[in-house]
Design a protein around this ligand. Sequence first.
Ligand code: ARG
Length: 574
Amino acid sequence: MTDPQIVLAERVQQALADAIGAEYADADPMIRPSQFADFQANVAMSVGNRLRRSPREVAEAIRAQMSGFPGTVEVSGPGFLNITLDTSWIADQASQMLADPRAGVSQATPQRIVIDYSAPNAAKEMHVGHLRTTIVGDAMARIMEHLGHTVIRQNHLGDWGTPFGMLIEHLLDIGEDAAVAQLEAGAGTEYYQAARAKFESDQTFKERARTRVTTLQSGDPETMRLWHVFMDATIRYFNKVYTMLGVTLTDADIAGESMYNPMLEKTCDDLQAMGVAVMSEGALCLFPPGFTGSDDKPLPLIIRKSDGGYGYASTDMAAIRYRVDDLKVDRILYVVGADQALHFRMIFAAAEQAGWLPDTVSAEHIQIGMMLGKDGKRFKTRSGESVKLTDLLQEAVDRATAAIDDRGYDEVTKAEIAHAVGMGAVKYADLSISHDSEYVFDFDRMLSFSGNTAPYLQYAQARIRSIFRKAEVDPAAVQGPIRIGEDAERALALQLLGFGAVVDQVADLVEPHRLAAYLYATATAFTTFFEQCPVLKDGVDPETRASRLALCALTLRVMETGLDLLGVPVPDRM
Ligand code: ARG
């Protein structure tokens, strides 16, 4: 691990233990970037207060134990340690990072991780909310895999339930071919609304739909065939969206609600037998401890309705048991809308109560904030309807095409770049803000070539590529060594050394926006370097040129790897 902040933290902890006592070896050294040095460590303040000793004295004692440290340590103010690393140390570390095929990213102790993401509902159109869970979940899957974990993607499609009775009857009414064409085109909402309208106005249709629910539940072969016709067409549309976005989900990752059908009866019976589920007002319910409604009454999770039907909670109970027992996972990430927070807290609590979620397995709801329109309200089109995702994505590509139209590329290259920029912009906009905050969908902002956007990062990366094209050097073959003369070189190298630590942190906290922020800071540091430190200009001596090319190569690796981990495509040129 080359990350200076981590190297420092270990060194300060050691000095603290030596100076004050071994019991302090685990204290958080509180290392922060500093205005006056590379970093400051604030630990002497808290330790001093705790020991009723002057923090300055504690800081001096720590400093005295830091001899041999590759840098300078100064005590300042009431007891801060200002730490400046030796430039030669930074250069050495950067040279080593360049030689490291993993560019400083660690190989984690492998875990088995379920990532439950995307999960649109077949009875309705895949909407923009699913865009966010798809993009965030996919980035996390890429990141976890890169660290060496086994990722089990689970696309928990809403593909079952009572609405399927009327959806199948509607399919029979309009004919299979027409239905398939409509669903494949992404008109799921219109289809659903048409079925719903008939269900409400037409008594015979309503009865047919009800009967169909029963035959579907009983597994009647012809009904199952029709259900497959409906689902396959719907999934083909979802796949169109995934393909456009370059999302790694495949049909093999589909583990929809229907998959748990055969398990639901036993799930409920087992919960009832162990006394975790009890009958209440005719329904079988879970009352996980600690959840009460506004009336102070315990809040139920209904797992079998009074008519014998199962629902969302039953499926999630079966799913958590399956994931723990059969998939043998260490960690489950539910990348799902923030509005389902209570549902998941209750599911996790009930699963713990049933002994289905042992302490060794961590279940985490990664809350996805709502997507808003520019007006600050839930995202809709101007006509007030929900937006068809393929149209929305196409608009991003069209706008990107217009933005690069005058750059003189041939049609094929232009289309490639526009696709990368358009999809990169949509994805990065989602990933650059914390996943649980609300976010305003704004094409102008996300497609801007300046600021914390995909086009800015893609451009920075493409510019480095063009340096290598001009130099006729293969960036993968560059070896350095990296030497540091200028401040901008030093700042860039120091920034690059932090890559591995950020990736680790993103995996621990499930906060991909930290990687986005890191890449943006890296691109900014590169821009300053590139303005101040000529690489290929005449008069640059060969050693400096080699070192600067090495810095460019390392920046390129970090940018490309980082953007790839986020799932943002990187065009060669822009
Ligand atoms: N289909 C659900 C929705 O659209 C999300 C499912 C999330 N996963 C789960 N295991 N409940 O909101």
